[in-house]
Write a new protein. Structure first.
Length: 402
């Protein structure tokens, strides 16, 4: 992970059970070439002894704001200046609240106020605490202030419950931390992305959907975070983990996806529509399971809203990138979509062919814009996404400067 080579990471450890994983995180960050210093809160020391972090980091652990000896060695201002990035993992609900309110009553919170380095937090707490409106408001406030929120993941929790609130695994955090030092092509730019399929209900047990896995859209989200963007991902039903540093909004139907997009589009400078949105939905969803009493049956379908077209048609809208999934005449159909919908860019791919498009791990894209184009891949979707993000960033900065 070349992006972490020689980087100075200040790791803040707060008092949650996930603190035991942070010792491994230090090792993994060091394996990636980073220089790591650890700051522990008093609560963290209840879970893991400072000696553990001293052993794995090879450096003294910092834990006191008011210890003259410690301050004389490397005080809070020196630590704040030393860091290329501050990562707090685990970040408890209490730590998030104290950061959101700008408290500076211990060494870690004081460093967070005194540093100009990027700050990232990896929340870890019980799922109900994570869902609590107070925590939501604190996280929103931190995010609005430019703090990177890594995770949390979902699954079994130490408290015996199952849900969102687990700290991301050390390797995922290393990946996300490296993203802080990725290219700065989209530094500070807000990117809104749709991904995956939509699911249009027929009755309480059946629905219409398509073969999209979400892999392409999630890869674009990862690549945009690595390029420094603030990323919101509106995802249809996908069985994929949320990329670190991404705010994810889960939806099911095209109408829900449109609503989620329109609620966030004003804050976005770039919109990328990689979702495979169902073009039609049922005119009437049956309230009860439809019985198989007839040999044949007809379903009446009506058109779904065109999310991409709606965003592209806004008077003051973001730089808009569409996708085109084609089985024939890809170039001609994609160029027609680009012009008809008034898009800044379109990324066309073949579907219905093995090894590319829907659900495949690799993809090829033909990217078209006014007066130009580029072919990307075949390559793994993340690599194709990184190249697409580079093209989008170039074209976007041209339009901003024009
Ligand atoms: O998810 P994967 O398994 O990784 O597969 C990736 C992919 C093949 C789904 C992806 O690369 C892709 O091509 N996404 C767009 C699929 C699609 O719906 O294409 P389309 O040609 O039907 O639609 C054109 C564009 O309009 C797309 O940007 C689509 O998001 C958008 N659209 C379509 C219909 C609609 N009602 N609203 C929309 O916003």
């Amino acid at each position: 992970m070349a992006m972490l080579q020689g980087r100075r990471i200040l790791l803040g450890v707060t008092g949650g059970i996930a603190a035991y994983k942070s010792a491994d995180l230090v090792r993994r960050l060091k394996d990636a070439g980073a220089d790591v210093r650890v700051v522990m809160t008093r609560g963290a020391e209840e879970f893991v002894r400072p000696l553990t972090f001293q052993a794995v980091s090879g450096q003294p652990v910092h834990n006191s704001l008011l210890d003259p000896q410690a301050e004389a060695a490397m005080g809070h201002i020196e630590l704040a200046r030393w860091a290329d990035a501050v990562l707090i993992a685990p970040a408890t609900a209490d730590a998030l609240a104290r950061l959101a309110h700008g408290l500076a009553d211990d060494l870690l919170t004081t460093i967070c106020l005194a540093t100009e380095a990027p700050l990232a937090v990896a929340p870890a707490m019980n799922r109900i605490m994570w869902a609590h409106p107070a925590t939501r408001a604190n996280v929103d406030q931190l995010r609005a202030r430019g703090v990177h929120i890594f995770g949390p993941g979902a699954g079994d929790q130490a408290c015996g419950e199952v849900g969102a609130g687990r700290m991301l695994e050390p390797l995922e955090l290393v990946d996300a931390t490296a993203g802080l030092f990725g290219s700065s092509l989209l530094r500070g730019v807000s990117v809104l992305i749709t991904a995956g399929p939509t699911r249009e209900p027929i009755d309480p047990v059946r629905y219409i959907t398509n073969r999209s896995s979400g892999k392409m859209g999630f890869a674009v989200a990862r690549a945009a975070v690595a390029a420094g963007a603030r990323v919101t991902l509106v995802a249809g039903p996908c069985n994929l983990p949320t990329p670190a540093g991404v705010e994810r909004v889960d939806v099911e139907t095209a109408e829900q996806m449109l609503e989620a997009v329109m609620a966030r589009v004003d804050a976005a400078q770039i919109f990328v529509a990689s979702a495979a949105v169902a073009d039609y939905r049922l005119a009437q969803v049956a309230a009860s399971k439809i019985k198989k009493s007839q040999d044949a049956m007809q379903l009446e379908l009506v058109r779904n809203p065109d999310i991409l077209g709606t965003v592209a048609g806004l008077q003051v809208g973001p730089f808009t990138v569409g996708f085109a999934a084609e089985t024939d005449d890809m170039h001609a159909y994609a160029e027609d979509k680009r012009q008809r919908k008034g898009l800044d860019m379109i990324a066309a791919n073949w579907v219905g062919r093995p090894g590319t498009g829907f659900d495949a791990d690799d993809n090829s894209l033909e990217v078209l814009w006014e007066g130009g184009g580029a072919s990307l891949g075949p390559a793994p979707k993340l690599q194709v996404a990184e190249e697409l993000v580079r093209l989008v960033a170039e074209r976007y900065s041209d339009t901003v400067q024009a």
